[in-house]
Ligand binder design. Structure first.
Ligand SMILES: [Zn+2]
Length: 127
């Protein structure tokens, strides 16, 4: 429950009014004493739920799929090659950010996965 800051009356739909330069929560009646202030409605921006138009990588027909532990395979291969994530990404021409995500478990698309396979001479796909 909110109270009118002028008369103290309980007021459910408290209004904001500017009285003597002060903005107060007031009741309907007291609102008339001052200048009613319309509070801007909160506009909730619809998050642009990206209609992911990007074609799913799975469209490449194959009966094999990425190994469950592809990310650790990649990481181990990179460590064996004595490369940092940035170096490896640069050498494979994959964005560093993407490469880090992949090592973190993000499934790369087939083209990227194949590139990583070739680079490390790995088998990332399993039947
Ligand atoms: Zn009042």
């Amino acid at each position: 429950m909110s109270e009118c800051e002028v008369c103290g009356k309980d007021t459910s739909g408290a209004k904001k009014a500017e009285i003597d330069g002060v903005i107060l929560s007031v009741c309907e009646d007291c609102a008339k004493l001052g200048k009613e202030v319309y509070q801007p409605k909160k506009v909730f921006l619809q998050p642009q739920h990206s209609i992911s138009s990007a074609p799913r990588a799975e469209s490449i027909e194959s009966d094999s799929e990425l190994a469950q532990d592809f990310s650790s395979k990649i990481r181990h291969a990179r460590e064996k090659a004595n490369l940092t994530q940035d170096e490896a990404a640069d050498k494979m021409n994959i964005s560093r950010q993407m490469y880090k995500r992949i090592e973190g478990g993000f499934k790369p698309d087939d083209a990227t996965a194949k590139r990583i396979e070739r680079f490390y001479r790995l088998e990332l796909y399993v039947k």
